[in-house]
Design a protein around this ligand. Sequence first.
Ligand code: AMP
Length: 437
Amino acid sequence: MVVKAALIESIFSVLQHQALGPEVVDSVAMAVGEPTGAKRYVKGHNLGEGTYGVVFKAVDTVTNRTVAIKKIRLGKLKEGVNVTALREIKLLKELQDPNIIELMDVYPHKSNLHLVFEYMESDLEAVIRDRNIFLSSADCKAYMQMILKGLAVCHKKWVLHRDLKPNNLLLGSNGQLKLADFGLARIFGSPDRRFTHQVFARWYRAPELLFGSKQYGPGVDVWAAACIFAELILRRPFLQGSSDIDQLGKIFGVFGTPGEAQWPDVTSLPDYVEYQYSPPQSFRSLFPQASEDCIDLLQRMFTYDPKQRITAQLALEHRYFRTEPAPTPCYMLRRPVKPEVHPKPIELLSPAGHIVFSPPTKTRRLQLFGGDIKTAGEASRDTHAKLQPELGTPIDAITIPMSIDPKTNLRPTLNSSDRSYLKRKLDMDIFLTPARR
Ligand code: AMP
């Protein structure tokens, strides 16, 4: 136990110097009388749970600022230290930008590492789902510009985010959007580097990943950004596959089955299988209200061949961002209703077991227990059937939490087998030398 605590302290000290720079560490140390580490923060309620740990709200007693603290379990010594935390800290240190979440402090406490972030009020998923918010084309443009700016900085610094999705795009009180959750992020650029293809939530996964590509680049993030672009316009997830095979089917059903001319290397990808031919649908019919510029940019971002797909930087330079309407200034963007005013999360029962619907804002991830995936609509009908006799309430009078859109499927994250595979993979990566890989 003592050895473990000492090890955590020494890892922390290296990380802290790496993450914040020795000058910050020194100045904090010199600030006599100021609390440091866990003593500095007053812990509040849970904001959500990511793949690697719980995030809770807190107040920094030195600055009086509200912060979000991610508590990361460092893992058992014999299994190796949780590499994700180290990676997230190291990468965020490189990525300081107004459109990327700010890592403000790092400290160890008990067997956990705590990452202190600026507190963000909401996220893009809450905006998309909030039916009281009208999203104009200028608003969509503003969100896309902020996403692409953050992404362009990541790619310029050779970082792949690998988990872009609306609820990882956090929104500050001034409407500023910031890329967050760098737990799956990796450095790219060396030509022989092979990565896992089990990244991104399925609906945002690029076709090369779905075909098992292990040597991919920033195009995977651009594809995910394109899915988010379409989701902003349509106000629902664009390509909602129920399995990886179905995801490819959904993609091909919309953009047409790719041929060698469109995507020359496709047949040599590891998991390539031939799909029945589907013709492409016209972008105009898919996005009837979108401008020509908007459609042109979407098409370039949804290009099959990753080598020809537009980069985040070139997307930012696209005429879509220069023509009318101008992007809405971020402080004028409408914000979703604050979490505090929502009803408490409710637990729903399905014949397959519990379905826990997360509260409407921060913990929006919908978790399923029992493996039977249902649409939110089916789940709510089950609940009505169960609740009605118990409560004696007419069906119409039972309210569904606002975060649940009965018409959409449950939003998948990495599924549990993906996750445990990925965790093992990530934890092992640090120990494997290139020769052994
Ligand atoms: P993550 O592990 O980064 O996916 O975070 C899990 C959940 O915690 C997210 O889905 C957010 O709801 C919440 N969260 C993460 N970071 C912040 C932050 N800086 N401010 C407010 N909430 C956050």
